[in-house]
Design a binder for this molecule. Structure first.
Ligand SMILES: C[S@@+](CC[C@H](N)C(=O)[O-])C[C@H]1O[C@@H](n2cnc3c(N)ncnc32)[C@H](O)[C@@H]1O
Length: 218
């Protein structure tokens, strides 16, 4: 198998634990982007029609995985979320009635959803940007002040990556933070090979023979 993430890291970043612990005690107060506040209002209207728990596909890109999730959870509202209108607009299929795609800033949308006490049945975070240089650690979701919000949003999540170190770090960050948040989901990291690719990046990685990893709650 080939490894295609170019990084200066040999393993989990040294500063990870310190950052995770720091952000557990910090309130993240970045001003919310207007377009995401508006998108959240639209999402709330959509979700209310179902009276069921929500499924989130965060950083859905071209939203191929959002279609898969809409089929897997037919009774539930599924939201495909991405900041890139360009990527979202590549999804040309007629969307199923339980799927809505929205252009949002995830850092803000997650905070709004948590404040609104949404019940999130399943949270997909497939192939987040790796930010592969060690100096970029703070940009990775698990080493960012938003991480406690991500964890508190749903006890059931799945993060997929083609970079083992990202998977190791995500797992470690979960193991540090979950008990401190009084959340007792168990998490594990596993290698994983889907029968059929579910996202555009997954297709690209599989076609180039890369290993895939995921952190899942069990
Ligand atoms: C590597 S791509 C993966 C896309 C898709 N999940 C896939 O597997 O094909 C990461 C996606 O996350 C989106 N993204 C990254 N950070 C984001 C943020 N803070 N808010 C919203 N979207 C974000 C990017 O626009 C991009 O589409």
């Amino acid at each position: 198998m080939t490894r295609c993430v170019k990084t200066d890291q040999q393993g989990v970043a040294k500063a990870l634990e310190e950052k995770v612990l720091l952000y557990l005690n910090t309130l993240y107060k970045r001003p919310l982007a207007r377009h995401t506040i508006r998108a959240f209002e639209v999402a709330e209207g959509f979700v209310k029609k179902f009276n069921k728990k929500v499924v989130l596909d965060s950083g859905c890109g071209t939203a191929d995985s959002s279609l898969v999730l809409a089929e897997r959870f037919p009774e539930h509202p599924v939201l495909g979320l991405d900041k890139s209108d360009f990527r979202l607009s590549k999804q040309k299929k007629d969307l199923p009635q339980n799927l809505l795609l929205l252009q949002v800033e995830l850092l803000d949308f997650w905070r709004l959803a948590l404040e609104a006490k949404w019940s999130v049945l399943f949270h997909a975070l497939y192939y987040p940007n790796p930010w592969p240089k060690e100096v970029q650690l703070g940009r990775r979701f698990h080493a960012h002040p938003i991480f406690p919000t991500f964890l508190m949003l749903s006890p059931h999540f799945e993060m997929r990556t083609n970079w083992k170190i990202y998977g190791d770090e995500f797992l470690k960050a979960c193991e540090i933070a979950l008990p401190k948040l009084q959340m007792f989901s168990s998490v594990k990291l596993e290698t994983w090979r889907p029968q059929k690719p579910e996202t555009a990046f997954e297709r690209k990685y599989l076609n180039s023979g890369q290993d895939l990893w995921r952190v899942i709650t069990i």
